[in-house]
Design a protein around this ligand. Sequence first.
Ligand SMILES: [Zn+2]
Ligand SMILES: [Zn+2]
Length: 146
Amino acid sequence: MTSPTLDSQIRGRLAEAGVRYTNGRQQVVAALVAADGPRSAAELHEQIAGAVPLSSLYRSLAVMADADVLAPHHGTKGVTRYELAEWLAGHHHHLVCVDCGTVDDIELPSRLEATLHDLVDAVADSGDFAAAGHALEVVGRCKACA
Ligand SMILES: [Zn+2]
Ligand SMILES: [Zn+2]
């Protein structure tokens, strides 16, 4: 379930964007909170047992992404999956399976995250670029597909 804090943060941001936090949208958010990675409209539709029609699910995902409550993840096979935006979900990375397309969230221990930070700064430096953030995606095969 979504925590009251998370729920009011989302409600507030949607209100600013003039978007209603309908019962259907609350169900979508709850399903994404329970998921361990980004989910597509089809996957969510299955997860919430068709409680929200697929057409309004697509629209809800797009509207909530526009309001910066959700972040889209563009998969290897042209499938767009959504997750809570980083300001809500926290900083993390993705493991992407090239076979089934599953995307899993992974949060690094702070020591590894710091090492990654240094590496990103070095990469940015070599391109005369000032890094303001990073997104790391590891591509490979999940346990089920390996
Ligand atoms: Zn897989
Ligand atoms: Zn994620």
